[in-house]
Design a protein around this ligand. Structure first.
Ligand SMILES: [Zn+2]
Length: 212
């Protein structure tokens, strides 16, 4: 430790009130460079933010479910055709993405792959269950490393369960569907009767460890 630094640290407890005020005034100046959420968005919970799309989908005849967590919001919408929509928002992401909704669509009959698209395509998809001509969509990678069969929705997993269950006879067989802990857009089957119940996967996995 340099002589000057150790002397400064030694003096830290002896600052005059004026010196303390001068030191404290430096902190907000440094924080001015940190981008903040727009005030209107920061007042809303992640659940409230994704809920802005609820009316559009309901009016187009979709069933809508919204899950909210202090750091995450997720809207899921289901259409009788088998089409599905998922909109997620994650405040744990990098500051520039923290306020951005991610939009995923699953074209009918709902057993294919999720595609990521953009908010402007959502209204067309809600009305027509397909993306507008020329709209961009991207295939979606997965964080699921479970090594199990992946289903895109609970309905698809339930259909899968009905297919495999009778074939296994009376021994160990798949009994239940659950959402993958690592990926909202993945469902698995399990033979276990309990466990794996996480309404908002990832939110649990990422929340700070509870202090006993
Ligand atoms: Zn998985």
């Amino acid at each position: 430790m340099s002589f000057h630094l150790s002397r400064a640290l030694a003096r830290e407890s002896q600052l005059t009130p004026d010196e303390q005020a001068a030191r404290d005034s430096v902190v907000p100046a440094r924080m001015r460079g940190v981008p903040a959420l727009p005030a209107a968005a920061a007042r809303k919970t992640p659940g409230e933010q994704v809920a802005v799309y609820e009316r559009l989908l309901r009016q187009a005849g979709w069933r809508v479910e919204i899950y909210s967590h202090p750091m995450r919001g997720r809207l899921e919408a289901f259409h009788s055709s088998g089409a599905a929509v998922m909109i997620t928002l994650d405040r744990r992401r990098h500051i520039k993405d923290r306020n951005r909704s991610n939009v995923y669509v699953l074209a009918p009959p709902g057993s294919g792959q999720w595609r990521r698209t953009r908010v402007p395509s959502l209204e067309f998809f809600a009305l027509h269950r397909r993306l507008p001509p020329g709209a961009r969509s991207m295939s979606v990678g997965t964080k699921c490393r479970c090594g199990k069969e992946r289903y895109p929705t609970l309905a698809a997993a339930s259909a899968g369960l009905n297919e495999v269950a009778p074939k296994r006879g009376r021994g160990r067989h798949e009994r239940r569907c659950y959402r993958c802990e690592a990926d909202d857009r993945v469902w698995h089957l399990t033979s276990k009767l309990a466990g794996y119940v996480r309404p908002i996967p990832l939110a649990d996995a990422y929340s700070p460890k509870k202090v006993p």
